[in-house]
Design a binder for this molecule. Structure first.
Ligand SMILES: *Cc1c(COP(=O)(O)O)cnc(C)c1O
Length: 729
């Protein structure tokens, strides 16, 4: 396969020509030296483009590039960065090829409806996408052969704007492909690659783009081209737009189209991984290939099961797609005969005794994938109960769903000041070994004042981001003066700041802290020990309840009676998330247990030494150890949600009043909160080595991918097949 070259090339002097390659590989985003290089290139542009090197190279004046070629400091940095890139892109020394040299020839194919790699490529709405992005980055770091498949949403998820009365407006700017690090995939003849897929009785042509993420390739499908009817061009316009019929069509494109794209590219994965059920139709497409190559459906199903991994991500019922049978009939009535199945047999694949109301994508995936998991220990348990009806003859503990707890790609999430400390006290190669708990014992050697100073530095950086965003919005006429107040511009960097940022889904209970407003106000206005809050997050545009919740919080923040001590940062995205998880003092999470399958933002905070104050749900139920943060735990469970909310709120206030606030303000003569720093260190020591994607991806590899790859080899050695073979375009 080839890739289109851009119009940038002639502009860049030959001595620094590989800047373009670097700009088009998101590798730069988790390597400090590479980020520094782009900052050196043109710092104002770095900021005004929102850290987008491709846009920078488009906009940078040629004279500036001329200056850089004469700047020895820049050239030295340039050479060092490219050497590091080349070293990372060559194979031998990385974990996977060293451990499994016989399995490097074929990749794992990873399908996801969202990918959160960087704020310049808004193909994500929340944790699912960010996890997928982190998985890609870690696969690259580990040398795991890995290709990812998703959509190019040209309007992405929405941008959030809050009106003066607190109502969320959704804006859909169409991004310009030439300004982001994506490229058209080309066929051998140099033409753009288009892959046809039947959606009902139409054929939709998918243009294929590619994104380079270190060694990992992400392929994006795009229906917005002249070969398609106007309504089909909308299929890949937005993330989670549209109705159920739009959705089933999108999922046909993702699952079936995605397999066709890999075939067209000549990529022959030995293992497939479904990140959530959105892509579950891919199991049907792979079975179809095998049936048409001569296998029975049962044989095909066994081959698919042996080589497919499915991760389910939520215990919230609405998070699982269920399509009415008539829609499935409409889009698949010509498909099931090709599988050798009757209508009833086909519909059975997506139904279970628990619910025969429709075709459930999670059930399809569970039936057709040999390895299934939830994303934390607790979520594994909940999932086994939830899906027991798919295996009605088994007791719940034998339901074949295990768990692999989520993690974060640590180098992508830590602040530079913290990274410096890790380099100094853990060793310059700490990233290579950061899933080793023994390494993190050394965090106890870091002098308290040094860790505290690094934290204060990152806190100040958060304050300046907040002010800069408010200033921009005010200048652009998007904010009135009252809104500037609640944008966080008057937060006191010396006082405690508690962060809460996530999607405004109701189960996350963003408003729990407002349960008793008077009690909260006493905390906010304490003369000597004030408490401040920063909120951020988007409600799904169709979620009226979520938008009302957001409005309620916004209006409290705006109220002069809270005195600017509660801030709401508009337009939560990866950039805002990064500054928040690096710069607040405490990370608050108040989900209604057990609906937070894992949650990852608290892990990002901990990697920066920021402890969690959280309900014992998701990852925190296994991460909390009594000394590395705080557990909001009323000690009793209630069936009535209102009673549970009241008890959880009481536990939260109690912790704040008696533990969190006093500890934060307990200073020694040097103004260092030693007891607090001890909690920070404990958070780092216990969370980073366990809740990182390095541990997580190794676990996927060792427990799922490698056994599946070995089964694939066994099946093939019997003269059978796990794929119907790749067809080159
Ligand atoms: C990490 C992250 C999330 C997920 O956070 P949760 O803890 O799962 O709520 C959502 N959005 C963004 C932008 C993130 O960076």
């Amino acid at each position: 396969m080839q890739t289109a070259t851009s119009s940038l090339s002639p502009k860049i002097p030959p001595r620094i020509a590989r800047l373009e390659e670097l700009a088009y590989n998101f590798w730069w985003s988790w390597h400090r030296e590479a980020r520094d290089l782009f900052k050196m290139l043109d710092y104002p542009l770095w900021r005004s483009t929102g850290h987008n090197p491709v846009k920078m190279l488009l906009e940078v004046p040629p004279e500036r590039l001329g200056e850089l070629v004469a700047d020895p400091l820049f050239l030295r940095q340039y050479d060092a960065v490219l050497m590091a890139l080349d070293a990372d892109l060559t194979n031998g020394h990385l974990w996977f090829p060293k451990q499994y040299p016989d399995l490097t020839a074929r990749p794992v194919a990873y399908f996801s409806a969202e990918f959160g790699l960087h704020q310049s490529l808004p193909l994500y709405s929340g944790g699912l996408g960010v996890l997928a992005g982190d998985h890609c980055k870690e696969a690259s770091d580990l040398g795991l052969p890995f290709v990812a498949v998703g959509f190019l949403y040209e309007m992405g998820y929405f941008r959030q704007r809050i009106t003066p009365d607190g109502w969320q407006e959704a804006i859909y700017p169409r991004f310009k492909p030439e300004e982001v690090a994506i490229r058209e995939a080309l066929c051998d003849d140099g033409e753009c690659l288009f892959v046809p897929v039947e959606v009902g009785d139409r054929t939709v042509h998918l243009q294929v783009w590619h994104v380079q993420v270190g060694r990992t390739r992400l392929y994006l499908m795009d229906a917005d081209n002249d070969l398609n009817a106007p309504w089909d061009r909308e299929l890949t316009a937005r993330l989670y737009g549209g109705d159920q019929e739009m959705r089933i069509q999108q999922e046909i494109v993702l699952g079936i189209g995605g397999v066709r794209v890999l075939r067209a590219l000549g990529i022959d994965p030995h293992v497939f991984h479904l990140n959530e059920g959105h892509s579950a139709f891919l199991v049907l497409e792979r079975a179809r290939e095998l049936v048409e190559a001569g296998l029975s459906f049962d044989e095909a199903r066994q081959a698919v099961q042996a080589t497919t991994v499915f991760t389910t991500h939520t215990p919230v019922p609405a998070g699982h797609d269920v399509f009415p049978f008539h829609l499935v009939e409409k889009y698949f009535h010509t498909y099931w005969p090709r599988l050798g199945l009757s209508r009833e047999q086909f519909l059975e694949l997506g139904s279970h005794t628990g619910n025969r109301q429709g075709f459930n994508m999670t059930v399809l995936a569970l039936r057709m994938c040999g390895q299934c998991n939830g994303v934390s220990k607790l979520h594994g348990e909940v999932s086994r109960q939830m899906w027991q009806s798919v295996w009605p003859d088994r007791p719940v503990e034998q339901v074949p769903i295990t768990h692999i707890t989520n993690g974060i790609h640590v180098p992508a999430w830590i602040g530079e000041a913290i990274n410096k400390i890790y380099r100094r006290y853990l060793g310059p190669d700490w990233v290579e070994r950061h899933d080793d708990p023994a390494l993190w014992e050394r965090i106890l050697d870091v002098p308290d004042e040094e860790l505290w100073a690094a934290h204060l530095h990152l806190k100040r950086k958060l304050m300046s981001l907040i002010r800069e965003r408010a200033r921009q919005r005010r200048i652009e006429g998007l904010m009135n003066p009252e809104q500037v107040l609640c944008a966080g511009t008057f937060l006191d960097p010396d006082a405690l700041i508690i962060g809460f940022a996530r999607r405004f889904a109701t189960y996350k209970r963003a408003s729990l802290i407002f349960h008793d407003l008077e009690r909260l106000k006493r905390l906010l206005h304490d003369r000597y020990r004030p408490v401040q809050f920063i909120f951020a997050g988007k409600a799904h545009p169709a979620d009226e309840g979520g938008k009302r919740l957001l409005q309620q919080i916004y209006n409290i923040a705006k109220d002069p009676a809270v005195g600017g001590r509660i801030a709401f940062i508009e337009d939560y995205d990866l950039q805002v998330a990064r500054y928040l998880v690096q710069g607040v003092d405490v990370w608050l999470n108040t989900p209604r247990r057990p609906y937070e399958a894992s949650g990852t933002s608290g892990q990002k905070a901990a990697a920066n030494g920021i402890p969690s104050l959280s309900v014992l749900d998701g990852w925190w139920a296994e991460g909390y150890n009594g000394a590395n943060g705080w557990a909001i735990d009323p000690g009793q469970r209630y069936d009535d949600p209102a009673a549970q909310d009241a008890a959880d709120a009481e536990a939260l206030y109690h912790l704040l009043e008696n533990e969190v606030v006093p500890l934060f303000y307990k200073r020694d003569a040097d103004d260092v909160p030693r007891g607090w720093v001890r909690v920070m260190k404990e958070a780092i020591r216990t969370v980073v080595p366990v809740f990182c994607t390095r541990r997580m991806v190794k676990e996927y590899a060792e427990r799922f991918y490698i056994p599946a790859a070995r089964r694939a080899a066994e099946i093939e050695s019997l003269g059978l097949r796990i794929t119907a073979g790749a067809t080159h375009v």
